[in-house]
Design a protein around this ligand. Structure first.
Ligand code: NIG
Ligand code: FE
Length: 406
């Protein structure tokens, strides 16, 4: 059924902006006293509220009172929120100056989350996951990518992916699952990295495909995880099985983004260690550069070179990396605002990175802008000027979210 929503003090449709490269704030189109006409979850028109009302006199109106700024819902294209347990002990050790190795030796690191996630039954996992999804949705994140990667054996990876599927029925957010069975070599796998990746290719990915649990495959390329040549082989085989691929790349050392580009991955994520060589390669490619300020904040490390990536011409998205280890906070807007200040990104670049550019990292072109034919995934902020949103660095929360408007 058709519905007219408004008037909004300002609407930022974010439509008509380029997918790649630097932006300036004067490229932002702002509709004052705007309205959105929706029909069956899709946007029909975004323009002056008065005009829409007189052109559609009999349509139902959802009246907005007080100052409100309307944005597209955010797309978080990189999270690991399907986990059980806590790594608060790791965090305390890290802030006290302990090294990665000291933390791992004390029983921390990814393997600790694997142990805790394996021990949780599916119902418990669904419950933890749904709570995190709905917290994210309340903070304006209407599309959430969620990785497995804390199972690291066939049954536990399937348990995670099934939990993600089950959580879809318990939320109004859209969920996109990714298989990250290649997160690290499991400590209980008694063979080489190569053998483990072959094991995943033979025993897990066909089941994931057949049960339609995920369309995407991710791998962590790092000294502590998988090397570039094994990763390239794994990603090309995963593509042959019909998966889109993405990479945890250049987090501490370089190499991963080059593999991502060679494998024609949809995105290369992290990039904190990327140098001019990787930046220029990413800029020339169709691989989205996903920055993860939450991991920099959680680890006390530098941000990815977002400014340089944009200036070189890359498509830069911003995601939370919300996970129990390196990025426990999970407040996407706060992280984007804080990185924006440090990296000198303008408002248009930050909002693009949180919406349509992040959607393109998930190959979704039906969302991330407010325009005719797109999903009516939207959020309002209680303010009269869109610049308040980043200025308040995440403390100003959306007060209304729309998904699947009927
Ligand atoms: O994206 N870098 C690898 N994986 C996660 C961290 C996972 C963890 O510490 O549990 C990340 O930061
Ligand atoms: Fe991650």
């Amino acid at each position: 059924m058709k519905k007219l929503i408004g008037p909004f003090t300002q609407i930022l449709p974010l439509s008509g902006l380029p997918l790649k490269g630097a932006l300036t704030d004067d490229q932002l189109h702002i509709i004052s006293q705007g309205g959105v006409l929706v029909d069956d979850g899709l946007i029909v028109a975004v323009e002056d509220f008065g005009k829409l009302r007189s052109a559609n006199p009999s349509v139902q109106v959802e009246e907005i009172t007080g100052n409100r700024v309307l944005l597209p819902g955010f797309v978080d294209c990189h999270t690991h929120i399907c986990f059980a347990g806590s790594r608060a002990k790791d965090y305390a050790m890290r802030t006290a100056g302990k090294t990665y190795l000291e933390i791992a030796t004390a029983g921390g690191g990814i393997w600790d989350s694997v142990t805790q996630t394996r021990a949780a039954d599916e119902a418990t996992l669904i419950d933890f996951l749904t709570k995190r999804i709905n917290r994210h949705l309340a903070e304006g994140v209407t599309t959430i990518e969620i990785k497995s990667g804390y199972g690291l054996n066939t049954n536990a990876e399937l348990k995670q992916l099934k939990a993600i599927k089950a959580a879809s029925d318990k939320t109004h957010a859209s969920l996109i699952a990714t298989c990250l069975a290649a997160h690290m070599l499991p400590k209980d796998f008694d063979d080489t990295h190569q053998q483990y990746l072959n094991h995943v290719l033979q025993n897990l990915l066909p089941v994931v495909k057949q049960q339609q649990l995920a369309n995407r495959v991710d791998i962590f390329i790092e000294e502590s995880a998988f090397n570039s040549s094994d990763a390239l082989y794994y990603l090309s085989r995963a593509k042959q099985l019909g998966f889109d691929v993405t990479v945890h790349a250049d987090q501490f050392t370089t190499g991963g983004s080059e593999v991502a580009i060679k494998a024609r991955a949809v995105s290369a994520d992290h990039l904190e260690a990327s140098t001019d060589y990787e930046i220029n390669m990413l800029a020339k490619s169709d691989t989205v550069a996903v920055t993860l300020p939450g991991a920099s904040l959680g680890l006390g490390m530098p941000y990815a070179p977002a400014r340089k990536l944009l200036d070189a011409g890359a498509c830069v998205a911003i995601a939370s990396d919300w996970n129990p280890g390196s990025a426990p906070m999970g407040d996407l807007l706060m992280q984007a605002a804080v990185m924006g200040a440090a990296e000198k990104l303008c408002t248009a670049e930050i909002l693009a990175g949180l919406t349509f550019r992040a959607a393109s990292a998930l190959k979704l072109n039906d969302r991330g802008v407010l325009a005719k034919g797109k999903l009516a995934d939207m959020q309002t902020y209680p303010c009269d000027d869109y610049r308040e949103i980043l200025y308040q660095q995440g403390k100003l929360k959306p007060d209304k979210i729309w998904t699947n408007v009927d």
